[in-house]
Structure formats: C-alpha cells, structure tokens
Design a protein around this ligand. Structure first.
Ligand code: M6R
Length: 610
C-alpha cells in the first residue's frame, strides 16, 4: 500500500516536482518516504522514516538537483517502517533503483535464487528483489530488462525503474495496482493516481495490467509483455487541482463532508428523465432484457462500501423485488459461493482498486455473472473490468475516512434500483417521475443537514472522553448505524459498534449504563414507533441517548439527552441525509481528541493488497 511517482523533465526540477506529487499521495501510505534523483550519471537517493514532511525537511538541507527521478511514500507490508526498508531500493551495483507498490508473493524464492548468484540484499522488503532482478536481466535496454523481470513476479505491483546510465528515462509497469502516465509539455510523469500529476498536466494514460511504459521527456511508448506495441489514447481529467486540495478547510474530511450537496447533484446529473419516466444510466452497458431476467443480485464490497451495499439491498428488494445477498469481498472470495451464470453481481468500491473486491469480482465474472461496478475512479481496475459501471462522480476523495464517496454510492445505487424496478415492471413511469422529483430535492436536504454542524460539535464535545459508543438504527438506517460506528472508530480510535436496534435486547443491552453514549437514528419511517421503543429501553438503563430525529419531532426530546435534527425525508432517501450528522460527530470527536483525522493510524485510503 504505497504511492509511487516519477518524472522526466528538463533542468534540475525533479526533486521539487516529486515532493509536490508525493504530497497528494500521502493518503496511500505515510510511514516512510524516499526519492531517487538522476543527475550527471549518478543516482542520489534520500529516504526518511515518518511522514513526507521529514523527507522534505532533510531535502531542504541538501542541494540535490536533476531532471529525472522517482519518489515513494510507503505503507509497510513486508519489513518494518525503517529507513533501510523505505523505497527507492537499489540493486547491488547501485546503478538501478526501483519504487514499488503492491506485494511480490514469490519474493522469498526469487531472493534465494538471486543470493545464489551472489546478490546481496540490504532490506527486509519484497520490493528490493525487483531491483536485483532488473539488474540481472539488464543487457543495455532497460525496458527489456523490466519486461523480463516482471515475467518472474507473482503478486501485485506498480513499479517505476531508473538506471544511472540511462539519463532522461524511466520505465513503469503494473499488474493489479494502479499506475498512470501524465503527459506534459516537454516533460512526462508517472504516478499511482492522477491527483499526483494534476499540477503538471491533465492529460493522462492509464496503464493496463502487464503493460510496460517507456517514458522519456518527449515520448511515451507502451508495450505489452508479449512485446506488442499498445495504441493508447490519453484521457483528459476534468477535476481541477483546487478540487483535490483542502479548499480552506482544516481537514480534507471536513471539506469532503461539505462537498456532499454538490456530489449528490453531480451523481444525479443527466440521469433523471421525468418526461419519459426513466432513469438514464448510459455507462451501465447491460441490456434491459438481461436486467429483466435477473433472479438474484450479489453485492460485494469492503468497509464503508459494504455498508452502501446493505442500503442497496433494501433499495433493490423494495423497488425491484429481486432478492439480494451482500458479502464482504474478502469473505466471498474464499468461500464456495453459489454464483450462477446470468446472475448479477454489483462490486462497490470508491477507489476501484480494492484487492479483495477485484478478486471477488473476477470470481463472479468467471462464474458467468454480469458484473456492474459502482465506482468513483475512472480508469480504475474495477471500472475497466466490469461489464458495466455506474460512476459515482464524487471527485477525488483524499480523507482516508470515506464520506462523500459513500453518499454518492447511495445515490448511484438508488438510481440503479429504480432503473431495475422500472425495467422489471415493478415501478411505473409515474412512480419513476415521483422518485425523480424527490431526488431533485436531495442536494438541498443534504445542505440543510449540514446546518446542524455547530450543534453537532457541541454534542461531540460532551462525549469526547467516552470509551465506547453504540450506534443503533433499523431498516434502511441500520447500515447507517454501522457506518456511524465505523467512522467514529477509524478516526477517533474510540471503540464503537453498530447494531440493529431491535437486537439490543438480545445481548448488547447488558453493556448499557451511564457511561455509554448511544447514538440512535430515529427519523420518520414506517417503523418509527419501534425504534422509539428501543430508545426508551436504552434510556431507562441510564445510557446517554444522542438521537438523530426529523425536524419538528419535539416529542423525541423526552427520551433523548441530545437531539440532532435533520430535514424530514422520504424513508428511502433518509440514509443519505442521516449519515451527515454522524460523519460530523465522528469528525469533531476525533479533532477534539487531537487525532490525525485525514490519515488515521494503521489505515490507508486504497487497500490494494489483501
Ligand atoms: O475503495 P473502496 O471503497 O473499495 O474501499 C473500501 C474500504 O477500504 C473503505 O471503505 C474503508 O473502510 C474506509 N476507510 C472507510 O472510511
């Protein structure tokens, strides 16, 4: 789980460019960072443990310049986060350097083989083996040497390679880890994702699996492992750089929470057709006839995306009357699941690069299922491999805790469920029209939910010292309780659990006392009375009740210690609004506890390894 960057420019600018690119990739890993700069026939490397700022500080003390370079920000998988294990890694001659993201599963065998040939290894990493392999295959042509080396690798990789005797050249390659080439004016770039090259260029080429890029200042050649040239077309990125930066907020997470009204609008844009009573999802690319015949839906995802999957189960079952199973991708891939030919699998992933989700998706495709990817990153593996996609249009999400991407997933999944319902005749044109009208109000409702920010902050300050939290909800808001708990635990390190409120009395009620804050989602719904009863059950056991309620529900104050009001919503849309105060609550609790909100310990934004 790392970020890699590279550049081939003119002059001495490589260190400055690489540091600025790495800053946008810190979300991918931040336990150590390093640079390799090629100038005057020598490669100079610098590596520092800890955040990128440490590398930047020590670079400030030195006068390193060069036109070509590689950079890396690491999240350790093999070998502790030490200077020796930080990238870039060199071969024995010191002339070749490599940066790597991913895991080389057969590195032990390769290392043993290379040791027998006299190679001496300096680190505990799996990555170093790549530098030695390239050196052992180098016969004057760096691209050939990389091609021969990656044939030997088992596992996942995105790599950047440089040779001291080959100025103004870097070679990149990937398999199951993301890698893009940025095309500039008289300069070209390599990076794990587009945000890293966006201050240099908005023209990028996404490398495919087992493709090798030979990058020079003015040219880019891509070839397959077979040697066949790849005819590529650059993609123009429409995200502005400002979109990818903090925009004046203290943290990306808060900025991203505030972007949600726009994100909801963007995800709806061009997809609601009231005139025809239709939902338009063009990139879905699966015939209505096929959608009509679906007997079962399997949803696969991880983390927050899995919670979106549970909301989608509710949507699809209610609106399209198709049974839905929701699985953790990491579980499904090691089961012997019943995935039938003609079944529909929905892979939900913000990044589109989550290793478990990709593996489960491939399993489903092999079994003959149609796969729809619900994804936020154009050009990502899931988007490329799925039969059809529904892009979520949340823009780049930098905070490790997913917020706006989750909300955009819910909107996209609701649109898909409505489409399924219409195609299958469960919903009429008139029904779709009514849903469209409600959906058009949704950005305003999310905006209104954000108005609770100051009050949520006051509530957060009251409970900032709690050791544990319980989140409860029912029906379509049960997954929102799970999401509230996940958000709080990942950024504040407070233990939190999400539960269906009706399950309290089957166990967790034993935990309740005056020290336990319980966050209850208690907005208007068909089962409102049931959840109010659950709130009362908890209250009489002295738990501190923080209740999310619909505007105008004054009666709820009698059973709550704190009430956070959200706009009154149709039940199906309520999760999209109710999650907003929960995101703010976890944000303010974590901020008050002095936690690193955007880069919580032990977590990485994109989990590209198992
Ligand atoms: O990119 P993905 O949506 O596939 O990521 C899945 C999870 O890793 C992710 O949602 C994770 O749980 C986040 N840290 C949640 O905030």
């Amino acid at each position: 789980m790392c970020g890699i960057v590279g550049c081939v420019t003119a002059g001495d600018e490589a260190p400055r460019i690489l540091i600025s690119s790495l800053k946008r990739l810190e979300y991918r890993g931040y336990d150590s960072a390093g640079l390799a700069i090629l100038g005057d026939g020598e490669i100079e490397t610098m590596r520092e443990v800890g955040k990128l700022a440490n590398l930047e500080n020590s670079l400030g003390d030195k006068s390193i310049g060069g036109s070509t370079g590689l950079g890396h920000t690491r999240w350790a998988t093999h070998g502790r986060p030490t200077e020796v294990n930080a990238h870039p890694h060199r071969d024995g001659s010191g002339r070749i350097v490599v940066v790597h993201n991913g895991i080389i599963e057969n590195y032990r065998e390769l290392r043993a083989e290379l040791r027998e040939k006299g190679h001496v290894f300096a680190s505990d990493t799996d990555s170093e083996v790549i530098a030695h392999l390239v050196q052992s295959n180098f016969d004057g042509d760096l691209t050939d040497a990389v091609a021969q080396s990656i044939r030997r690798l088992k596992g996942a990789y995105a790599i950047g390679v440089m040779h001291a005797d080959r100025p103004e050249l870097i070679v990149g390659a990937r398999k199951d880890c993301p890698l893009v080439v940025g095309l500039g004016e008289g300069a070209n770039f390599l990076a794990s994702d587009v945000t890293a090259v966006m201050d240099q260029t908005n023209r990028v080429v996404y490398l495919g699996d087992e493709e090798i890029a030979t990058i020079r200042r003015e040219t880019l050649e891509i070839r397959k492992l077979s040697g066949e040239a790849v005819d590529y077309t650059p993609t123009t990125i429409s995200w502005s750089l400002a979109q990818a930066e903090r925009g004046g907020y203290p943290h990306f997470m808060l900025k991203e929470i505030h972007e949600q009204p726009t994100v909801v609008s963007d995800t709806l844009l061009g997809r609601l057709d009231e005139d025809k009573g239709e939902i338009r999802l063009e990139e879905l690319a699966i015939d209505d006839e096929i959608l009509k015949g679906i007997k079962r839906v399997n949803i696969i995802a991880c983390g927050t995306s899995w919670h979106a999957g549970h909301v989608a189960k509710f949507y699809i079952e209610q609106l399209a009357r198709i049974p839905v199973d929701v699985d953790y991708a990491s579980e499904l891939r090691y089961r012997d699941p019943v995935l039938e030919e003609g079944g529909l699998v929905i892979a939900i992933s913000q990044s589109g690069e989550t290793a478990d989700t990709i593996a489960a998706m491939r399993m489903a495709a092999k079994a003959g299922c149609k796969v729809v990817g619900v994804c936020n990153v154009i050009g990502s593996t899931i988007v490329r491999e799925a039969d059809g996609t529904i892009m979520t249009h949340a823009g780049p999400e930098i905070g490790v805790a997913s917020t706006k991407a989750f909300v955009s997933q819910l909107v996209a999944l609701l649109l898909f469920s409505l489409k399924l319902g219409r195609v299958r005749g469960v919903l009429s044109e008139g029904d779709i029209r009514k849903h469209c009208q409600r959906l058009r109000q949704l950005p305003h409702a999310v905006e209104a939910a954000l108005q609770s920010e100051a009050h949520v902050r006051e509530v957060a300050l009251k409970y900032v010292s709690a050791q544990d939290f319980l989140f409860i909800g029912r029906g379509v808001n049960y997954p929102i309780a799970l999401e509230g708990a996940l958000k709080l635990k990942e950024i504040s390190y407070i233990h939190a659990e999400g539960y269906p409120a009706g399950e309290l009395k089957h166990g967790p009620i034993a935990l309740l006392d005056e020290k336990l804050p319980v966050v209850a989602i208690c907005t208007e719904s068909t089962i409102y009375d049931k959840i109010v009863t659950n709130v009362e059950e908890a209250r009489v056991r002295d738990a501190k009740m923080i209740v999310i309620a619909s505007a105008g529900d004054d009666a709820i104050q009698e059973v709550a210690d704190d009430v956070i009001y959200v706009p009154r919503m149709d039940e199906l849309l309520s999760p999209i609004v109710n999650v907003v105060p929960l995101q703010l609550l976890s944000y303010f609790v974590a901020r008050e506890r002095g936690c690193d909100v955007d880069q919580p310990r032990n977590l990485a934004k994109s989990v590209t390894v198992e």
